[in-house]
Structure formats: C-alpha cells, structure tokens
Design a protein around this ligand. Structure first.
Ligand SMILES: [Zn+2]
Length: 270
C-alpha cells in the first residue's frame, strides 16, 4: 500500500491537459460507480472522524454547499456536506459528491464569501471528478472497480486515512488545482457569493499561517499558496459579478463562526 501511495503522490501524466466532465476528458469510472464508491469512502470517513455537534453550523453548510453544487454539471446527483469536529484548517472532497469542511476552516474565514470559496473549490474537485481520475491513474481501473464492489476494505481505509490526515491522495496536480480554482470561482459567482472571496481567503490563510503555522500545515501541504495563485484568483474575480443574493445570510455566518470558535478553541482565529 505504501508503494501505491508513493506512486500516487508522484504520478505524472505526460501531456495531460485533462480533465473531468468540464474539460471533456473521458473518465473511465461511470457516474453510478463513482457515487457508489463515494458512499463507501464516506462511511469510512465517518468511522475515522467526528462530525461537529452543532446542528446550526451543519444546516448552514448544507445550504451553502447545496447552493454551490446546484451550479455544477452534476447538480442532479446527490451531494453531502459535513462539518468535522477538527480545529485544523482543512477541507476535502471524496469522489461521488461528498465534501468535508473542518470546523477550523469556518473559524478561520473572515466572511461567508471566504468560506464559500473553500467549499466551491472542493465542489469543483468533485464536479470535475478529479478524485476518480487520480485513483484510476494511480491504481488502475481494475483495482478501482474492485473498490466499487467492496472487494478491498483495507485499501478504502488507507485512502480515507490519507485524505483525513491530508497527504498524498489529497494532493491533486497543479492543473487540477487550477481547474478547481477556476470552476470554484464560477460556482461562487453563480450562487451569489462574492468571487473576490477566493483571493481574500487565500490572504486570510497566509496571514494566519504567519502568526501560527500549526493548524494550517495540512492546508498548505495540499493547497500551496504561491503568490501567482492568489493573483490569478484576484484577476479572475475582476469584473465578475455575484448573481443575485446568496442562499445563506452573512449575519448567520457571523453567529455560527462565533460559536464554532468557542466549540473548537484550538482553532487559529484572527
Ligand atoms: Zn484543491
């Protein structure tokens, strides 16, 4: 398994301009299989993590995430959004429409537009099907097909452990990251959130990291924030208007963030 993960972390697909439904690439895993695999991985995430016991924060994320997923080409599929009881700033997407956001990410965001930008980025990974693309490239189609059939619970456990603890599998390629930023920005604006929230969140995280790096290490391991990425997000947002009011209330966000900060006191806050 270690060897497989090593391959995964350093897999390079020569000349791949990929990917996902959004770039017209052929994903060898059917959507039905991807959603079945996602449910299996999600069950394992539930075994390895704790949800934040805060119904209001969970309901808020459901509304925000649902509004973003509704902008994707896979809006007719089932999506789930879960706040995890973890003070570290982190978020990840499983194949099959499952998105997880650590409480620490809610605590760190200055505005709901900033939080929405993180969720939009993860929704974009899901909609572009980056997870199954990477898994097929790394493991081969037959192993992934076996996972869909539940043949290899040990591998499922390992994949989820890597995702939850960050690391190899969560680290998408640079082109996947760029695609997720670009699509995420479109979803943000279409759902009524300020597309400028993405560059703002990058700046918030960069500032927080300078003050207290610990809880942000996972984030920066999987989402390197070079200045050019921040600048790209800034430029992409220029001239893009949020369409209509967002599905969630900025005041509700402020209240939820205040409570989440108390619930996960180890979170870095600004
Ligand atoms: Zn990403």
């Amino acid at each position: 398994m270690r060897a497989l993960l090593f391959v995964l972390a350093f897999a390079v697909v020569p000349g791949c301009t990929c990917s996902g439904v959004n770039r017209g690439d052929v994903n060898l895993v059917s959507l039905d299989d991807e959603w079945a695999l996602g449910d299996e991985l999600a069950a394992e995430v539930e075994a390895q993590t704790d949800p934040l016991p805060d119904a209001a924060a969970q309901a808020y994320l459901d509304r925000l995430g649902g509004a973003l997923a509704a902008q994707t080409e896979l809006a007719d599929r089932e999506w789930t959004f879960t706040v995890l009881d973890d003070a570290a700033v982190n978020a990840f997407a499983l194949p099959g429409g499952h998105v997880y956001v650590n409480a620490g990410t809610i605590a760190a965001a200055e505005t709901q537009d900033e939080l929405a930008s993180v969720v939009a980025h993860e929704v974009a990974h899901g909609a572009a099907r980056h997870g199954t693309e990477r898994m097929v490239k790394a493991y081969g189609l037959s192993l992934v097909a076996g996972l869909v059939l539940g043949d290899d619970p040990g591998v499922v456990r390992q994949i989820v452990a890597e995702l939850v603890g960050q690391s190899a599998l969560a680290r998408f390629s640079r082109s996947d990251e760029e695609e997720a930023d670009g699509l995420g920005l479109e979803y943000l604006a279409a759902a009524g959130y300020d597309p400028g929230g993405m560059a703002a969140m990058f700046e918030t995280l960069t500032a927080l990291r300078q003050r207290a790096p610990g809880p942000l290490e996972r984030w920066f391991a999987t989402h390197p924030l070079e200045e050019d990425r921040i600048e790209a997000a800034r430029q992409a947002a220029e001239g893009v208007e949020a369409s209509g009011p967002p599905a969630t209330d900025p005041k509700a966000f402020d209240g939820i963030r205040q409570r989440v900060r108390a619930e996960v006191p180890a979170a870095v806050t600004s």
